[in-house]
Design a protein around this ligand. Structure first.
Ligand SMILES: NC(=O)c1ccc[n+]([C@@H]2O[C@H](COP(=O)([O-])OP(=O)(O)OC[C@H]3O[C@@H](n4cnc5c(N)ncnc54)[C@H](O)[C@@H]3O)[C@@H](O)[C@H]2O)c1
Length: 349
């Protein structure tokens, strides 16, 4: 099968590309190479005859038409997006243009290609989205996001993703484009850009810097190991029902403070400090404006209908992630020089 993956040089997209190629699929990676992209994350597939790269911007409709015609994909996995909530607070414009207009362009280019090809049965447009479109949950552990939860986005990032989800559903209903959607919880794992929470904590700990925790650290997220997510995405792309959406979660709720304490305990074992614990470096900083209190996914639809469950517990996943950062400084070191990395973002309100 030939997949057109957008955003394949990003964190989740690169995991999808690596796994798809390992499973024998042909992959065309379409990516604009923004600040968040890293082609080094694709070093293991770069030389494969199954892999091709197209540098293109999803805001450029003509480029998309050319790429669809040139590669004739069997299905599309659309991950390209501006993805960092803090950056969306500082500069929402890019989020509107890429996440909304860019998705509109992808839908139109896919629709034109699919119509020209005689509406082939198996074609699928898989839109990858976030649980942040559902807003914020109360603390009650019985209350979870399901596919029927009403949309209630609260940041420029989640609002732009919610808009893109609505466009995808509308193209399915109005034009019959075979679409499928997924909304997933917070991902973590190898190749995570070093401005996101988990890499920031690991790298600041090793550098002897403060470990910043927004507010009081009580915000809860449902952590999903990125390789498990890539596996779920390929399953939905191939077997998910057209017109349906699937929530994907890790069944691993942790408060930010608990998560950081776990990372410190792992580092204390693997790379002990001369004196004291890495937890001594924890520093509470001013909260993110509009910081959602809790996200947690009810994954029963993907489990019951497609038989998917996460394979990695958060304890195992964090161990693997810490090991990966300890052993791969050559990957993350150059990224520390990129614009905004290492600075506090998203405090304008
Ligand atoms: N990271 C998470 O925890 C998470 C959780 C839920 C959903 N998601 C969604 O998954 C997708 C991938 O997330 P990620 O964390 O890998 O993001 P990322 O920021 O690591 O990667 C995004 C990729 O998209 C590319 N891109 C950005 N703008 C583009 C444009 N205009 N044209 C072409 N390419 C462009 C970037 O160059 C980058 O390679 C996003 O749609 C995001 O909303 C992410």
């Amino acid at each position: 099968m030939k997949l057109l993956v957008t955003g394949g040089a990003g964190f989740i997209g690169s995991a999808v590309v690596r796994l798809a190629v390992a499973r024998g699929h042909e992959v065309v990676n379409l990516d604009a190479l923004t600040y968040a992209a890293c082609l080094d994350s694709l070093a293991t597939v770069e030389g494969s005859p199954l892999y091709q790269f197209e540098q293109a911007d999803i805001r450029d409709r003509a480029a998309l038409d050319r790429i669809f015609s040139a590669h004739q994909p069997d299905l599309v996995m659309h991950l390209a997006a501006e993805s960092h909530v803090d950056r969306s607070i500082d500069g929402p414009g890019d989020f509107i243009e890429t996440n909304i207009t860019g998705t509109f362009n992808m839908l139109e280019a896919a629709r034109a290609y699919w119509s020209r090809a005689g509406r082939p049965e198996g074609f699928r447009f898989h839109h990858i989205s976030t649980d942040e479109v559902f807003g914020s949950l109360p603390a009650d552990p019985e209350v979870l996001f399901t596919e029927a939860t009403a949309y209630d986005p609260r940041s420029p990032y989640s609002a732009s993703k919610a808009a893109s989800d609505h466009l995808v559903r509308a193209w399915g209903e109005t034009y019959g484009l075979p679409v499928v959607l997924t909304n997933c919880s917070n991902n973590y794992g190898p190749y995570h850009f070093p401005e996101k929470l988990i890499p920031v904590i690991i790298l600041n700990a090793l550098a002897g810097k403060p470990l910043p925790i927004y507010g009081d650290g009580s915000n809860i997220r449902d952590w999903l190991y990125v390789e498990d997510h890539a596996d779920a995405l390929l399953l939905v792309a191939e077997k998910g029902l057209t017109g349906r959406s699937y929530n994907i979660g890790g069944e691993n709720e942790r408060s930010n403070l608990e998560l950081v304490q776990s990372l410190c305990a792992i580092l204390d074992r693997k790379r002990p400090k001369a004196e004291g614990s890495y937890a001594d470096q924890i520093s509470f900083v001013i909260d993110r404006p509009g910081h959602d209190a809790r996200y947690a996914i009810d994954p029963s639809r993907i489990r019951d209908e497609l038989g998917w469950r996460p394979s990695v517990t958060v304890e195992e996943g964090l161990e693997r992630t810490v090991d990966w950062y300890l052993n791969n400084a050559a990957w993350w070191q150059p990224l520390l020089a990129r614009q905004g990395v290492g600075q506090r973002l998203g405090v304008k309100a």
